[in-house]
Design a protein around this ligand. Structure first.
Ligand SMILES: [Zn+2]
Ligand SMILES: [Zn+2]
Length: 307
């Protein structure tokens, strides 16, 4: 594999470089946050005619941001120092709180796409934020189901999932006092992993610093194991699932991070085909217990630093 330099002149995320908008990036030392020049959602979006009935139409507006994890072009989240991971989690806390306070923002989706396998052409380590006037579908479902479950059982759904994972004790990748990471029983992708605080917080912003540190440890452990699995940067889609910010209370929404890695083996993609696209059911080709065992057996020190 060709080596990537620490600084790339035509990278729009490297410090001091000019972006397509003509705006120059700060000479940042750690994290750098800016409004996306190619915004997916924006308050300046062209107005669309609202339409009701069977075919509905409503304007989707909001704010799109980019968060760089590091000034170094050639590192990934998995290779950051522990303090840098904690610093990033604090950025996520602040971004969620700031954007949630906006009266027209009803949801804040923070996510990272990593690797060419999920269509990322620029390896500079970064994530994106879509703060929108609508709630994304999975969040809407998780919010509704967690409140329904509580109404029916007087129990928190995610707490029940954690309890079952601990009872089975076959898919837990990492655990400390207040955080846990596991391949869920219901994993769809081979190496799907959830990272969560053990206590229920509707968002990362609600987490106290001690638990945030524990969470950072769990997150870092999963990331390092992913890279160590095949000794390569491990591609994934990583969303933060947090409660909507539409002014309603979601006491049973349990903040968590999900990893959806598209590879089954190095260079072997999980294709969504007949059953998934054609039939609407997700077929898992592997057992979550076996895949969890592979991750559990991976070293906790990143392969690039353990040489
Ligand atoms: Zn760069
Ligand atoms: Zn989720």
């Amino acid at each position: 594999m060709k080596s990537i330099p620490e600084y790339v002149q035509d990278c729009y995320l490297c410090p001091g470089n000019k972006r397509v908008s003509g705006i120059q990036n700060d000479n940042y030392q750690q994290n750098f946050i800016f409004d996306n020049d190619h915004a997916c959602v924006s308050f300046d979006a062209p107005h669309v005619k609202e339409q009701d009935g069977l075919y509905k139409s409503k304007p989707a507006t909001g704010i799109s941001r980019v968060v760089c994890y590091s000034p170094k072009h050639n590192v990934t989240l998995a290779e950051l120092e522990f303090d840098q991971v904690v610093s990033l989690l604090k950025v996520w806390q602040n971004q969620y709180s700031e954007l949630a306070a906006h009266p027209e923002i009803n949801h804040v989706l923070i996510f990272e796409n990593k690797g060419e396998a999920v269509g990322v052409s620029n390896p500079h380590p970064h994530c994106q934020i879509y703060a929108t006037n609508f709630v994304f579908k999975y969040i809407e479902t998780e919010a509704r189901v967690s409140e329904e479950y509580f109404g029916q059982n007087q129990k928190n759904l995610f707490q029940e999932i954690i309890a079952l994972e601990k009872k089975d004790n076959k898919r837990i990748i990492f655990e400390n006092d207040s955080a846990i990471a596991f391949v869920p029983y219901f994993a769809r992708y081979a190496y799907e992993v959830y990272v969560a605080p053990k206590k229920t917080y509707p968002s990362i912003s609600a987490m106290p610093i001690g638990e945030l540190m524990d969470f950072a440890e769990a997150l870092q452990c999963v990331l390092v194991k992913f890279d160590n699995l095949w000794k390569m940067p491990f591609p994934y889609v990583m969303p933060l699932h947090q409660a909507p910010t539409d002014g309603k209370a979601y006491p049973n929404f349990h903040f968590h991070i999900e990893f959806h890695p598209p590879l089954r083996k190095p260079n072997v993609l999980k294709y969504l085909a007949g059953p998934e696209i054609g039939g609407g059911n997700f077929l898992s080709d592997t057992s979550p217990e076996e895949k969890a065992a592979e991750l559990i057996n991976c070293p906790n020190v990143h392969y690039k630093t353990s040489k």
